[in-house]
Design a protein around this ligand. Structure first.
Ligand SMILES: *[C@@H]1O[C@H](CO)[C@@H](O)[C@H](O)[C@H]1NC(C)=O
Ligand SMILES: *[C@@H]1O[C@H](CO)[C@@H](O)[C@H](O)[C@H]1NC(C)=O
Ligand SMILES: *[C@@H]1O[C@H](CO)[C@@H](O)[C@H](O)[C@H]1NC(C)=O
Ligand SMILES: *[C@@H]1O[C@H](CO)[C@@H](O)[C@H](O)[C@H]1NC(C)=O
Ligand SMILES: *[C@@H]1O[C@H](CO)[C@@H](O)[C@H](O)[C@H]1NC(C)=O
Length: 618
């Protein structure tokens, strides 16, 4: 995942450690009870009314989806058995370890490929893929895009089936040289200690890339052929915003295959995790937008021995303070992914506190209940609040060049992550509004996104009615503008219900089949549990996996793939809680992936590929 955007995989919805949920549970119950005692009559009604109105559309679940055709079932079972053999494990460890040993780091603000030798490690990744996956090299066509972007195609036999994309990225977040000595095993060793494979990229995102390649290589070896065309898209600067990789891959894919040409895309993203006693998988089906806004103050310079009351830096400081005094509101809204996620939790978590569960159910039609959930749950959690609201963070500030010269200009960059119901324009408008009245009281003119909001005439005409208005003028100028030209609207949402949700159902079923078959005992739970909206759980449910719409606070390479399909899933089939007590190591020291987790990812892709070949519905 993009380093600047999501610092850890725990950023995915519903991926917080269970212990913290329990803490909330403890905090929440007294809150709600106190609320009702204090005379919130409507709410009191909600929690005292045992008839929970839980509509059928609330997080309906599909059954596990296993490959069914005669072509696939036998091979799928054989593949599953093979995952348990020492021979296959050794092969799989070797492929991932070798890829980790190539330090394919990407950095922010790099010049394009060809103009910076640091990109050359990506060439080593290509050589490695060719050498280690010879059957893919023979069977797939390969196009290189902007030197290091890779598009592989395995052409299916039935061209009337829409192809699909499996995406991953070749690059990794740089290892901070100062931390190398603190790694248990060196970051580019790819060391296998009998349990885990260690090194930068082990988890993000080389396990996925290797699992995709190894699954396909094995299928070719077994003489399997696809009916539906399979496309692989591997970017090489995902950790640096994808501006040379995915951006070009997205264009090339659209040119080659056309708009909306793909059945679905699976890229990295949310995994699965225990939430209040039930395992939830949370494929990302939306992404926030972002915008970096430049706030610049200019005023006449001069010698600092005769200074004005405020320099541009002083003005800038006041303006920044004004921003921080006015954070964006966090408003939980229905028809958003975080909300649907809460509904899934209420519908399916075994141990969710009853009061919270009821409040969430009520919130479907009661605004009072919705606000209660917002106040007592969302606002209590920094991660959830960030997901729901637009965020702002002043990340860069600059001004002044010399200690005896007045700074003629000073600026700050405000980074925003835009909530899925908002837009870049709405964010720009809100920022303008935040500082307009302060700008007036400071006697500064303001131009925001090309528009003169407070022109010079505001000061030179009659507004300043006191004494000699003819001599007054502004003290300086503020300009708000979009910085860096890389603003992004919130992503279109992948359908997860209704008539367009077939790909979602297919993915959900595939996740369940993978999860249960990897833990053979789980199959029983799935087959004996009631389908659909069962609110009451029995013991078997302990082993269930529920699939819920998910979302991260950050972005993936898929931000350049919107035109290719409406069905984008950001999902890694792995335990997102792994190592949360001892730091998983994604983007930090000691990144590693347990062998068993990696094998389960291979099982996921095998199941996905076979299921996709059978699904005639999309
Ligand atoms: C990969 O394929 C190319 C042709 O597409 C061929 O020239 C090359 O020898 C192959 N490499 C390996 C290792 O099979
Ligand atoms: C945003 O605002 C600009 C300037 O007002 C306008 O040209 C543009 O169409 C707007 N974009 C959207 C997506 O509304
Ligand atoms: C702004 O200008 C008015 C009129 O010239 C003046 O009275 C006021 O003190 C000024 N305010 C600041 C903060 O400079
Ligand atoms: C998607 O298509 C629109 C309309 O053709 C185009 O303006 C836009 O640049 C495309 N997006 C990407 C990411 O290529
Ligand atoms: C190709 O797929 C379509 C859609 O599922 C199906 O109707 C058709 O029979 C298939 N053609 C072949 C040759 O299998």
């Amino acid at each position: 995942m993009d380093s600047k955007v999501s610092e850890s995989p725990s950023n995915w919805v519903m991926t917080r450690p269970r212990s913290r949920y329990h803490l909330y549970a403890l905090l929440l119950i007294p809150c709600l009870l106190l609320g009702s005692l204090a005379g919130h009559r409507r709410y009191y009604y909600a929690i005292s009314n045992p008839d929970i109105d839980f509509s059928a559309s609330s997080c309906a679940q599909v059954d596990a989806l296993y490959p069914q055709s005669s072509k696939n079932t036998g091979l799928w079972e054989e593949f599953g058995q093979m995952l348990g053999t020492d021979e296959f494990k050794e092969l799989a460890i070797g492929k991932l370890s070798g890829l980790i040993q190539i330090p394919s780091e990407s950095y922010d603000n790099m010049p394009p490929p060809g103009q910076d030798s640091r990109w050359e490690t990506m060439g080593l990744v290509h050589d490695y893929l060719v050498a280690e996956f010879p059957l893919i090299n023979k069977t797939f066509s390969l196009a290189k895009v902007n030197t290091y972007g890779l598009i592989y195609e395995w052409t299916g036999t039935n061209s009337s089936l829409k192809p699909y994309i499996l995406a991953a990225h070749q690059d990794v977040v740089p290892v901070n040289p100062e931390t190398v000595s603190t790694w248990t095993h060196p970051p580019y060793s790819g060391f296998f200690d009998g349990e885990s494979i260690w090194g930068r990229g082990a988890s993000d995102d080389k396990a996925s890339l290797t699992a995709i390649m190894l699954t396909l290589e094995t299928l070719i070896k077994k003489d399997w052929t696809p009916e539906r065309t399979i496309v692989l898209a591997f970017g090489f600067d995902e950790e640096a915003s994808g501006i040379y990789g995915a951006k070009y891959l997205g264009k090339a894919l659209e040119e080659t295959y056309g708009r909306d040409a793909f059945a679905f895309i699976v890229d990295e993203g949310g995994g699965f995790k225990d939430v209040y006693g039930t395992i939830f998988a949370t494929p990302g089906v939306a992404e926030k937008g972002h915008a970096d806004i430049k706030l610049e103050v200019t005023s006449p310079g001069g010698h600092s021995s005769v200074p004005p009351v405020h320099t541009t830096i002083g003005y800038l400081a006041s303006l920044i303070t004004e921003f921080e005094k006015n954070p964006y509101p966090v408003e939980l809204a229905r028809d958003t992914v975080p909300y649907d996620n809460l509904v899934c939790m209420a519908a399916h978590s075994r141990d969710i506190p009853h009061s919270l569960k009821r409040a969430i159910f009520r919130s479907g039609h009661s605004n009072a209940a919705l606000h209660r959930v917002e106040k007592d749950f969302v606002l209590q959690d920094k991660f959830y609040s960030s997901l729901v609201g637009t965020t702002q963070a002043v990340d860069i500030v600059s001004g002044g060049v010399k200690s005896n010269a007045l700074p003629e200009s000073a600026f700050a960059i405000i980074n925003h992550r835009i909530n899925t119901l908002s837009s870049v324009n709405e964010t720009a408008a809100r920022d303008t509004q935040t500082i307009t009245s302060l700008a007036r009281s400071l006697n500064l003119t303001l131009k925001a996104f090309g528009e003169d909001v407070i022109p010079e005439s505001f000061y030179t005409t009659s507004h300043c009615s006191s004494q000699s208005s003819s001599t007054s003028s502004s003290k300086g100028h503020i300009e708000l503008s979009l910085a860096f030209n890389h603003e992004l609207e919130p992503a279109p949402r992948t359908p997860t219900s209704g008539k367009d949700s077939k790909p979602w159902d297919f993915l959900s079923g595939t996740i369940k089949a993978t999860y249960y078959s990897h833990r053979a005992q789980g199959i029983k739970a799935e087959t004996t549990a009631t389908k659909g909206d069962d609110v009451n759980f029995d013991v078997e449910d302990e082993k269930k996996i529920i699939v819920s719409p998910g979302m991260s606070t950050g972005n993936t390479d898929t931000k350049y793939y919107w035109n290719l399909t409406r069905h984008i899933f950001r999902y890694n089939h792995k335990n997102a809680a792994y190592g949360s007590e001892i730091a998983t190591g994604v983007h930090t020291v000691n990144e590693n992936i347990p062998l068993d987790h990696y094998l389960e990812i291979i099982r996921f892709f095998t199941t996905l590929i076979m299921n996709a070949d059978e699904a005639e519905v999309f």
